[in-house]
Design a protein around this ligand. Structure first.
Ligand SMILES: *[C@@H]1O[C@H](CO)[C@@H](O)[C@H](O)[C@H]1NC(C)=O
Length: 376
């Protein structure tokens, strides 16, 4: 076969080479663009780390940052102002460091109130002064009552209205007492200066209010020992600010409850414990007192067969400083906190603790037949 190099053939050759070149160039370009891919700015992955993708990303996290809204405090509406005592609602924060609710007595907030505090003694017998119907479905009613069953009027028709009970009783939903505090670090024990032997602060001597037991005991006791009385009945009424100084100046104090009921152990015990005075108690059995206070912190009238024996014991302690001092030993690791003594602050502790409770508890709850519970 002949190898022709005619003009036609040369032209074909040139064209073929030229096309091949272009093709090769195209191939090379394709190849190098693949190879050079790393030179293209890499796909940004930093933000994934920023968003914490190891956890699921929620819509909220992707949105621009905003300062978190403070959670709205539940509203506690005081339907009645107990005994019409006006006080500064800022006291809950100031005195007990309780700040978890919006405390108000503005009835215009009824439909928004998370809880309504209803003072038992203010409820009228025909119930006409209770909050109106319909009752907001989320709202809880709190029964506030701090008297013992003996001094509790049984207003009919309210047995099944409430969700929560507030009382001194330990089995109330909101149990408000004057607890003693334990401390690891030992306290200094300082016995205040004493210039009176046995004191009693008492305003109510009318026997119909259930104080028969304590009056009978007092009338017997005073035959054997001098009792210094302060109160409305005697003309030497104490001013609120004198309560603790006078209490501290007595060696013993008659912490006689007005009636005898389980857990009904009131500020009549806490006062002398906080002041540095030895309480002589009349109330529920010793064992119930010992649920709340060391056995050596008080003298119980039941420790003696009769008032005369008690009087003799107190008179003996008056002459025996060493023995008297033993009634203070418990104070090394336990202490009492003074209660509020200003008259218009009587209910502050109860109301503040209701506030504290509703700020922490959201459980659904109904208090069935409160009288059956309270009087049994
Ligand atoms: C509160 O108690 C009443 C009955 O006393 C009940 O009908 C209501 O459902 C309770 N509500 C809440 C929010 O607990």
């Amino acid at each position: 076969m002949m190898f022709y190099t005619s003009k036609y053939q040369q032209l074909c050759l040139v064209a073929t080479c030229w096309l091949g070149g272009i093709f090769s160039c195209l191939l090379f370009f394709q190849y190098s663009s693949t190879r050079c891919a790393p030179e293209i700015p890499p796909f940004k992955t930093d933000f994934i780390k920023d968003l914490n993708v190891s956890k699921p990303v929620s819509a909220a996290q992707v949105q621009p940052e905003q300062p978190p809204e403070p959670p709205e405090k539940p509203i506690l509406l005081l339907w009645f102002l107990p005994e019409n005592y006006k006080w500064d609602y800022g006291d809950c924060k100031k005195i007990y460091n309780i700040d978890g609710c919006h405390l108000t007595d503005d009835r215009n907030l009824y439909n928004e109130a998370d809880a309504v505090l209803i003072f038992h003694k203010a409820i009228s017998w025909d119930l006409s002064n209770l909050p109106p119907s319909p009752r907001p479905p989320f709202q809880r009613w709190i029964w506030l009552h701090v008297e013992s069953p003996t001094n509790t009027p049984k207003v009919p028709g309210i047995e099944n209205l409430f969700n929560l009970t507030l009382s001194y009783r330990r089995d109330a939903d909101i149990s408000v007492r004057y607890p003693l505090t334990v401390s690891k670090k030992p306290n200094d024990i300082v016995i205040p200066k004493k210039d009176k032997l046995l004191c009693w602060f008492v305003s109510n001597m009318a026997t119909h209010t259930g104080i028969g037991t304590r009056m009978k005991y007092y009338n017997e006791l005073k035959k054997y020992i001098t009792v210094t009385i302060f109160g409305r009945m005697t003309g030497s009424r104490l001013r609120d600010e004198d309560y603790f100084p006078v209490m501290a100046s007595c060696k013993f104090y008659l912490a006689f409850e007005n009636s005898v009921h389980k857990d009904y152990i009131t500020e009549k015990l806490n006062g002398p414990l906080a002041a540095g005075t030895v309480p002589v108690v009349l109330g529920p059995p010793r064992q119930n007192y010992e649920d709340f206070s060391p056995g050596s912190s008080f003298i119980h009238i039941d420790d003696f067969p009769n008032a005369e024996a008690l009087a003799n014991h107190l008179l003996a302690l008056d002459k025996d400083d060493e023995a008297y001092r033993h009634y203070f030993d418990w104070r090394k690791h336990v202490s009492a906190t003074p209660q509020l003594t200003v008259w218009n602050q009587e209910f502050v502790i109860y109301i503040c603790h209701a506030c504290e409770y509703i700020s922490r508890h959201k459980e659904y709850k109904v208090a069935h037949d409160i009288y059956k519970w309270y009087f049994s």
